[in-house]
Write a protein that binds this ligand. Structure first.
Ligand code: SF4
Length: 235
């Protein structure tokens, strides 16, 4: 028991160091320990009033790093899986029983913008109502790589399950399962890893981390927020 606690604390320390310094070290060890003892570690965070989403962010960022090179190597049947909670409450998209909601790019939500960007980069967008649709899409469309958008908890779980294809995860920037938001530029940035489009060079890129995710929650309670924006052309 003592060894398990020590190893988990070590995995957490390495994970926090990795994402803070953007330098991933011992990824397999961290993933193994944190996935194996996911529930106890989350309980530990909750018990000491710490933000347990940090565990999910560590898992997602390390998964992103581990799969990065394989993800970049895939050029066919690339997909983006978006949660249906991103849709506007006025969305009139029909739901296909196999592939989920068919976006008409009406402009009422970010899904339309992401779909337009994806079309330029040969990514196929699926707006999925639930995990059963993900299984159907993987079975029928057989993607070779995947960008997933979800809240940190779902993202860390689904990236473990969909490890059959190299994937990259992007967090939602608000929670609540209704009219959620994602930073479109973060999704575009992931697409650009594989399919750069020069015309988008003037896009403002803002990298969203869990800390922004938390800060956005704090904004509602009056906490000052600092956001960092970068001009993608300067990268
Ligand atoms: S952009 Fe697409 S998903 Fe969003 S409201 Fe319009 S049809 Fe629905």
């Amino acid at each position: 028991m003592l060894f398990i606690i020590i190893f988990n604390l070590l995995a957490l320390a390495i994970g926090i160091y990795s994402i803070r310094h953007k330098k991933i070290i011992f990824p397999k060890f961290v993933l193994f320990m944190l996935y194996l003892f996911y529930s106890p570690v989350k309980w530990f965070f909750s018990a000491f009033s710490m933000n347990d989403l940090l565990v999910d962010e560590i898992l997602v960022e390390i998964q992103n790093s581990v799969y990065l090179e394989k993800f970049k190597a895939q050029t066919e049947r690339k997909v983006i899986l978006l949660p249906q909670c991103l849709r506007s409450s006025d969305c009139h998209a029909r739901c296909d029983p196999l592939y989920g909601f068919v976006c008409t790019k009406c402009g009422r939500c970010d899904i339309g913008s992401i779909t337009k960007e994806a079309e330029q980069r040969d990514f196929k967008v699926f707006v999925v109502p639930g995990s059963s649709f993900v299984k159907k899409i993987f079975k029928e469309y057989r993607p070779t790589s995947c960008i997933g958008v979800a809240c940190p908890v779902e993202l860390s779980e689904s990236m473990q399950k969909t490890s059959v294809v190299p994937s990259q995860g992007v967090y939602l920037i608000n929670d609540g399962c209704f009219e959620t938001k994602v930073n479109v530029c973060d999704v575009v940035e992931k697409m650009e890893l594989v399919s750069p489009v020069s015309e988008t060079a003037d896009l403002k890129i803002k990298t969203v981390t869990l800390y922004d995710f938390i800060d956005n929650e704090n904004e509602e309670t009056g906490t000052e927020i600092e956001t960092e924006t970068e001009n993608k052309g300067g990268r």
